[in-house]
Design a protein around this ligand. Structure first.
Ligand SMILES: C[S@@+](CC[C@H](N)C(=O)[O-])C[C@H]1O[C@@H](n2cnc3c(N)ncnc32)[C@H](O)[C@@H]1O
Length: 272
């Protein structure tokens, strides 16, 4: 058994340990929501006090229903665009490229900060048509290396809230300007979610700071001409939420009565 890797991160990069831990705990459940066996293997190879992530099996669905949702949307897109370029932004240690195992004509790029990217390359095997890019997504330089003659699928799960609005919009605008067509899939917190970030234990314990709150799709389509809405929903309304435990569903039902709580987190899907 190789030595475990010591990991020492802080701020936004540390939050990906929480999402990874959630997926690993879920994989051990009798009825997993995501069933990500890669997450379990990776967690076992990292030397870290996982209790620091504030994630337990009971609250793991907040992550796993989201990942399962974005997997679903990605599969739908790739079924119709088997030669797409995928930009998986703020990928953390998520195993999506292995979970989805896209066909040989898809070029997949996982992008995250250098510390996270370096960990990724140590923990996951190489694969064809796949690259890890070590950069801040807000740095315009990395995007110029990507072939821009094919449709693009952008997946940004658990990322937008860590960006400023200006940086986030500029990033999406660069992508929309560079590619002939594509889809943008991302989640967001509304402004209430940003204001109440002190109550978010994952963010607080990582010492991260949330910035960009999105109150609905108008915020995006007005800022990005040529981009049209395909779907916007609360996580509670996703088909992936149907499999959560009764107490989680009961909480969601209560929160759904208040729009700002129902849409505290949101899933966004756009085409251009
Ligand atoms: C909550 S984690 C989500 C990780 C992964 N998408 C998942 O769902 O498991 C947030 C991730 O966004 C990354 N991130 C935040 N801001 C970033 C930036 N400006 N550039 C690159 N990555 C960023 C962090 O390093 C971290 O890996």
């Amino acid at each position: 058994m190789p030595d475990k890797l010591r990991v020492d991160l802080s701020g936004a990069p540390q939050t990906m340990l929480a999402t990874l831990h959630a997926k690993a705990l879920d994989a051990d459940l009798p009825h997993p929501i995501l069933g990500d066996r890669f997450a379990k293997e990776i967690v076992d190879r990292i030397d870290y006090d996982w209790s620091r992530t504030a994630i337990t099996a009971a609250n793991s669905p907040s992550v796993t229903t989201r990942s399962a949702h974005f997997d679903r949307w990605a599969r739908q897109y790739l079924a119709v665009h088997p030669k797409a370029v995928v930009l998986h932004l703020g990928c953390g240690l998520d195993s999506r490229v292995f979970r989805l195992d896209p066909g040989p004509d898809v070029d997949w790029f996982d992008v995250d900060y250098p510390d996270v990217a370096e960990l990724r390359t140590r923990l996951y095997p190489d694969r064809e048509h796949y690259r890890v890019i070590a950069a801040s997504v807000t740095d315009p330089a990395w995007l110029t290396e990507i072939p821009a003659d094919r449709p693009v699928l952008v997946i940004a799960e658990g990322l937008t809230m860590y960006l400023t609005r200006d940086d986030g919009i500029a990033l999406l605008r660069r992508i929309v300007d560079q590619f002939p067509s594509g889809e943008l899939h991302f989640d967001a917190f509304n402004r209430l979610g940003i204001r109440s970030q002190w109550a978010n234990a994952v963010v607080r314990r990582a010492g991260a700071r949330l910035d960009w709150g999105i109150d609905g799709p108008d915020d995006i389509v007005h800022a990005l001409p040529g981009v049209r809405l395909l779907a916007w929903l609360s996580p509670f309304d996703s088909p992936t939420f149907r499999d959560v435990a009764w107490y989680y569903r009961a909480l969601a039902q209560a929160m759904s009565l208040v729009p700002s709580l129902r849409y505290m987190a949101q899933y966004h899907r756009y085409a251009f």
